[in-house]
Write a protein that binds this ligand. Structure first.
Ligand SMILES: [Zn+2]
Ligand SMILES: [Zn+2]
Ligand SMILES: [Zn+2]
Length: 275
């Protein structure tokens, strides 16, 4: 399984849109991997995870053929993960594909409602031929071609059941765990009895400890230790930190050595991991 990170920032981006704080200025000065766009990944060049407003830019920069994408997993409705207005551009007259090719968008009830609303207000009569909103239930696995996907509840928004995802193919298993604080008990129990080859964790607050809605590197280290102890990971499991905010202060170049010492790879825009 190949995982490519297309965007590795929280909602504000890094540097943030309107921000002049020192971590944003440091990222502007350093450039390269220190520049982070909003959160999105793609698995094996075919399964998208999240649909932020930077999707268009990601497609151009990383040569992603969005017309060939048939499935998108959405974690939750924050705008750095889901920008439904862009989904409408899948339909005629915004996209000319010869024939209507449907894209399935999987998520919680809020995602399905938001997408239906965008579809209804688009005024496009046959919009259903292009977009297929699919509600997926926590802990209920479903198939997307060769992938088995299981949504797991995150600890992130009070009014919405946000998901992290367990994604499996050919005996390899990925935990895609962003926009969550310390895992809710049922999710922690699921993880405890499941083996993962690749674990991607929320590190919004960088070196700062954080438990509510997001995580920081000290918390990631605790999760890693626990997973190794309970056998849901081993020394070959790859651990990645991702989804960073300027409010975590530490730019990519300075974060890397801290993460390395604790057994983590620090994600950057465009990074590819294979397991
Ligand atoms: Zn986010
Ligand atoms: Zn800033
Ligand atoms: Zn969020």
């Amino acid at each position: 399984m190949k995982l490519q990170y297309l965007g590795t920032a929280a909602a504000d981006g890094w540097p943030a849109l309107f921000c002049k704080c020192e971590p944003c200025e440091a990222a502007r000065r350093a450039g390269g991997k220190n520049i982070r766009t909003r959160s999105q990944s793609i698995i094996d060049d075919c399964l998208l995870v999240d649909m932020p407003p930077d999707t268009y830019y990601h497609a151009l920069k990383y040569n992603v053929d969005l017309s060939a994408i048939g499935h998108i997993l959405i974690t939750h409705s924050h705008e750095d993960h889901f920008y439904p207005a862009d989904m409408i551009l899948k339909a005629e007259p915004y996209a000319h594909l010869g024939e209507a090719k449907s894209i399935s968008v999987y998520g919680n009830r809020v995602i399905v409602d938001m997408l239906r609303q965008a579809m209804d207000s688009s005024g496009i009569e046959d919009i259903e031929d292009y977009i297929n909103p699919v509600y997926v239930e926590p802990f209920v696995p479903f198939a997307i071609g060769p992938y088995t996907v299981t949504p797991l509840p995150a600890y992130h928004m009070p009014n919405e059941e946000c998901y992290i995802y367990c994604i499996e193919k050919d005996g390899k298993r990925l935990l895609y765990g962003h926009d969550t604080g310390v895992f809710p008990q049922p999710t922690a129990e699921y993880i405890a009895r499941t083996f993962f080859h690749l674990v991607s964790l929320d590190c919004t607050f960088c070196l700062r400890p954080w438990e509510h809605g997001h995580l920081g590197l000290p918390n990631n280290a605790e999760i890693r230790k626990e997973m190794l102890e309970q056998g849901s990971a081993d020394q070959n499991t790859m651990f990645v930190i991702n989804h960073f905010s300027h409010n975590g202060y530490t730019i990519h170049d300075e974060l890397v050595p801290h993460a390395e010492k604790l057994g983590f790879i620090t994600a950057f825009d465009g990074m590819i991991i294979e397991v």
